[in-house]
Design a protein around this ligand. Structure first.
Ligand code: CA
Ligand code: CA
Length: 260
């Protein structure tokens, strides 16, 4: 009966329970019930829309705008977003966002750090977006509405070189570089969180947000910051999962909160 009651509770209550479990604040009996409820929830569907959510499937390296499923800017050495090996929140790898002096032809010398992935969502559906964070400073996370057309279709160039170039950052990631609505291309979001702040540079902590997909079937998970010096933000185990239909909470570190 306890388990049934737990399942009947809202997804948010379950998340709160999982957070408390992770923090070790619940007694053992509640912990067992909570984990059981979580497992039953997860088995119902368990779809995380994020591919390679734990950054384990690709070799450690700096990411560029053409990389998939995770793409990033700026290119550089080191890159603005890099898959690294070390004390990950899950597995052996994580993503680090850090200072970059861009080497890409579109923005030489730029020090912006973007990390992004396209996700296919169901319109008008509530989702939980969560991930593990560590580092020296905040990051802006968002669920961004992409540009899904071809910016070359909007003149010019090449049809009318006297008009403004509406395809200014033509390096393969226009969906995330440009806003959804020509000709202004202002970036738009279904959700944006400008100060996701880690609690520690050594211990991982969980960030969790909710959003509704609105009329969209394609969205992007997007991280952004401009870093200076040795400041950085580490990210691992990203999840976007529908509320009530799947497992919303990514796995915690295997043996508690790890440290470097
Ligand atoms: Ca990982
Ligand atoms: Ca670009």
């Amino acid at each position: 009966m306890i388990v049934v009651r737990l399942i009947a509770r809202s997804q948010f209550d379950i998340i709160r329970s999982m957070k408390k479990i992770i923090l070790g604040r619940l007694p053992a009996t509640a912990l067992v019930c909570g984990v059981l409820a979580y497992m039953l929830e997860a088995s119902a569907s368990g779809v995380n829309l994020v591919q390679d959510p734990s950054f384990e499937q690709q070799s450690p390296r700096g990411l560029d705008p053409h990389d998939r499923p995770w793409g990033a800017e700026e290119e550089g050495s080191p890159a603005g977003a890099e898959i690294m090996q070390g004390s990950a929140a899950d597995g052996k790898q994580f993503a680090r966002m850090q200072y970059v002096s861009g080497t890409g032809s579109e923005c030489p010398g730029c020090n912006q750090s973007f990390l992004f992935q396209r996700i296919d969502v169901t319109p008008n559906t509530d989702y939980i977006f969560s991930y593990w964070i560590r580092g020296t400073t905040y990051v802006s996370s968002a669920i961004q509405i992409p540009f899904l057309d071809d910016c070359h279709n909007y003149p010019p160039p090449p049809s009318d070189p006297t008009r403004a170039n509406l395809c200014p950052d033509d390096d393969g990631d226009e969906e995330i570089d440009l806003g959804p609505t020509p000709p202004n291309y202002d970036k738009e979001y279904v959700a944006r969180y400008d100060s996701d702040t880690p609690t520690s540079n050594t211990d991982w902590s969980l960030i969790s947000h909710t959003f509704n997909s609105g009329p969209h079937s394609v969205l992007y998970v997007r991280y952004f910051n401009v870093y200076y010096g040795s400041d950085h933000t580490d990210i691992d185990n990203v999840s976007v999962a529908a509320v009530g239909a799947s497992s919303p909470v990514p796995s915690p570190p295997a043996s508690g909160l790890r440290t470097e």
